[in-house]
Design a protein around this ligand. Structure first.
Ligand SMILES: C[S@@+](CC[C@H](N)C(=O)[O-])C[C@H]1O[C@@H](n2cnc3c(N)ncnc32)[C@H](O)[C@@H]1O
Length: 348
């Protein structure tokens, strides 16, 4: 009997497993390429042969040859004259430029370093329900997080905040931006640059990240205008003191039992007319949503971060949190990138 297009067969299901397995290997191939300097070396000298790359990087030539051929097969590299390699379009910024907003090396490393280890722990954790939280995972983890979120931070500082009605004028007049969950402080610096007259205050509960944020603030000569404080929003920030409260990839990291209280403290920290800006993931509510493309990333992130104790809020939970925090006006919602939700709401 003829097989219909899109018919699910045993072979098509087997092919899906092989495709995912190839994805797993490709992520490791990318991670390896970043660690040993392949992407950077090819970006600097397009048209290099595997032998030249091996020599330049002090690597074992047969392994480098296999890496190049596989990366070519996976369309990470293009090649000319047989075996002279260059990066396929756009991978110079995505995989060879750690400070570029599109760089995904940190996200790849979160998979190979952190998720791989967490998934191994899951066998035991599924029996015990143990949690290994975000906080206290160390510098390399904090750095990988910061690299993974830098694109969102650039969008927040350069696009989302400047577009909010009346905010730029308030900040130009010396207003205050509060970033809750500021982590290692990259966005604090980005906001200070985007709004040169504003005061920028960061709050986090993670001591190591804050130490790194404070070093960056001092190195940028921004002590006095930019500050990173440890503690809860309620304890560290005055009521009605901020023109904007910003949270990037933080809402789902706040432990669920204390989430309503933290969001209420954020609402209380806002001045009248100030803006709440939340960039986070939205967990699907219905079965249909679980298979929709824009929910695939939050669905997988929820699984990847199970052991961190993270529970990604659904749309309904997000809206209730904001309403209960006194944000009674319109809640604007947009999806950006792989499936990040941007929520903005103005305090009456
Ligand atoms: C995924 S990280 C994001 C950090 C940073 N916003 C970024 O974009 O790179 C989440 C941050 O939220 C912080 N966090 C979690 N719960 C918090 C709370 N109750 N109050 C303040 N920060 C919190 C974590 O310590 C962590 O630094």
């Amino acid at each position: 009997m003829a097989i219909q297009p899109n018919e699910i067969t045993a072979d098509s299901q087997v092919a899906r497993i092989f495709e995912w397995r190839r994805g797993f290997n490709t992520i490791h191939l990318i991670d390896l390429g970043i660690r040993v300097g392949m992407f950077k070396a090819i970006a600097e000298a397009p048209g290099s042969t595997a032998e030249q790359l091996a020599q330049k990087l002090g690597l074992h030539a047969p392994y480098v040859t296999a890496w190049c051929k596989t990366a070519y097969g996976m369309e990470l590299l293009d090649a000319e004259d047989g075996l002279r390699y260059r990066l396929a379009p756009h991978f110079d910024t995505i995989l060879a430029a750690p400070t570029h907003p599109r760089y995904l090396g940190g996200y790849v490393r979160l998979g190979t370093d952190v998720a791989a280890e967490d998934f191994r722990r899951c066998v035991e954790a599924f029996r015990t329900g143990v949690v290994k939280p975000f906080q206290g995972r160390g510098d390399s983890f904090n750095q990988a997080i910061a690299e993974s979120t830098q694109g969102l931070q650039v969008i927040a500082a350069k696009k989302i905040l400047p577009a909010l009605d009346g905010l730029a004028a308030r900040l130009e007049a010396g207003g205050t931006i509060l970033e809750v969950g500021c982590g290692t402080g990259n966005l604090l610096l980005g906001l200070a640059k985007a709004f040169p007259k504003a005061r920028v205050l960061g709050v986090d509960i993670e001591a190591d990240s804050l130490a790194s944020a404070r070093k960056k603030i001092a190195a940028a000569g921004l002590d006095g205008r930019v500050e990173a404080r440890q503690g809860t929003v309620g304890a560290a920030v005055q009521t009605a003191s901020a023109d904007a409260v910003v949270m990037i990839e933080v809402l789902h990291e706040i432990a669920q039992p204390i989430r309503p209280g933290v969001v209420k403290e954020c609402g209380a920290a806002l001045k009248s007319g100030g803006w709440m800006v939340i960039v986070d993931e939205t967990y699907p509510t219905t079965l249909a949503e679980m298979r929709q493309p824009e929910f695939k990333f939050p669905l997988m992130t929820g699984f990847e971060e199970l052991l961190w104790g993270n529970i990604i809020p659904t749309r309904e939970e997000q809206e209730k949190l904001l309403r209960d925090a006194g944000l009674t006006g319109e809640i604007q919602r947009a999806i950006i990138g792989e499936g990040f939700t941007v929520l903005t709401s103005r305090k009456a």
